[in-house]
Design a protein. Structure first.
Length: 310
């Protein structure tokens, strides 16, 4: 048996753990939490439409889409998430129904149903809604080919919805391919957000994605631009993660957010509870990082608007 005298732990001279990396990390996290509490963000009423894209799977697109959406909603923004991936992971994380018989984004794209008939409230926040995806969307890639204005179906439907029911942010979660679904996202959005995983081959395929964005700009949507890059799944202990982050910052100094999302178990387990990490464990390192990213995104536009006015 071990006996620990209570006084050992209570001793003011006991500096156990005070100067370990973990203790420093926790102290840092609590400072960042406090800083976040003091921040107030104003929203201009202008709708910003983001598409979260990267043709690689498993890089954190969906995780970023839902967590940023929830963090922005928490800041007071009205947010609509459009789940454009047949896997429906964003719908799951936002706790909205998306079984095969649910009216979904598929019906908007293929059956001309208005957004207002498919949008659901997310239990995450009263400011957050989601246009769910269902398994039917897997066939939409083919079915869209024969549709009139096949590249603009999402844009048209979204514009109609926003006229009656404006929001501050629309965040579109894309599938990991550059097919017609992603093209619909690119014509509906003006800002592209690319999550980059701080691991091997992070930049592989990026030039192809940038090329696609340029093509869309030239032929379908002149407003589209890469506005934001978010480094995700960062593991500060590895030299590799630091190198990837440095390399991305060198290439894209304007676009990369200061906030970096750490690799965190809390982030990856939240969806299995039908939640984002913001509601699942809002004070965890992953949630704090997504909140910081949301503040930066909101403030960047604020300062851009101020510069324009000046
Ligand atoms: N910051 C993170 N820490 C730990 N796991 C993460 C993190 N971000 C994403 N993941 C996990 O990585 C996997 C892929 O993420 P996901 O967002 O689904 O990628 P994508 O939408 O690009 O395919 C998921 O299992 C997710 O839970
Ligand atoms: Mg996904």
């Amino acid at each position: 048996m071990f006996h620990v005298k209570p006084s050992d732990n209570a001793s003011p001279n006991n500096d156990f753990g005070m100067d370990t990396p973990l203790a420093r990390e926790l102290a840092d996290l609590s400072t960042r939490r406090k800083a976040l509490k003091t921040i107030e963000v104003q929203f201009s009423g202008e709708t910003r439409v983001f598409t979260v894209s990267n043709q690689k799977g498993g890089v954190g697109k969906t995780t970023t889409a839902v967590n940023l959406a929830s963090a922005l909603a928490d800041l007071g923004a009205k947010v609509l998430v459009i789940d454009l991936d047949p896997q429906g992971n964003a719908s799951t994380a936002l706790g909205v129904k998306h079984s095969a018989d649910t009216k979904s984004i598929y019906d908007v794209l293929i059956n001309d149903l208005p957004f207002s008939e498919i949008v659901q409230d997310s239990p995450e926040s009263e400011n957050l809604r989601c246009a769910p995806s269902t398994i039917h969307l897997a066939g939409a890639e083919i079915e869209l080919v024969s549709q009139v204005a096949r590249e603009f179906r999402l844009r048209r439907a979204l514009e109609e919805f926003l006229r009656d029911d404006p929001v501050d942010f629309v965040i579109i979660d894309c599938p990991p391919s550059l097919g017609l679904l992603t093209i619909n996202a690119f014509t509906a959005a003006s800002e592209v957000l690319i999550p980059i995983q701080c691991e091997y081959y992070a930049l592989e395929g990026l030039s192809q994605l940038l090329g696609s964005i340029q093509m869309i700009q030239k032929h379908l949507n002149p407003e589209l631009h890469l506005s934001t890059i978010l480094l995700t799944m960062y593991d500060a202990r590895t030299r590799l993660a630091q190198q990837v982050a440095e390399e991305v910052r060198t290439h894209f100094p304007q676009q990369v957010l200061n906030a970096v999302i750490p690799r965190s178990v809390r982030v990856s387990e939240a969806p299995s509870f039908g939640q984002t990490v913001i509601s699942y464990d809002g004070t965890s390192a992953g949630a704090v990082a997504y909140r910081e990213a949301a503040v930066e995104i909101a403030q960047r536009k604020e300062s851009a608007a101020q510069n324009k006015g000046a």
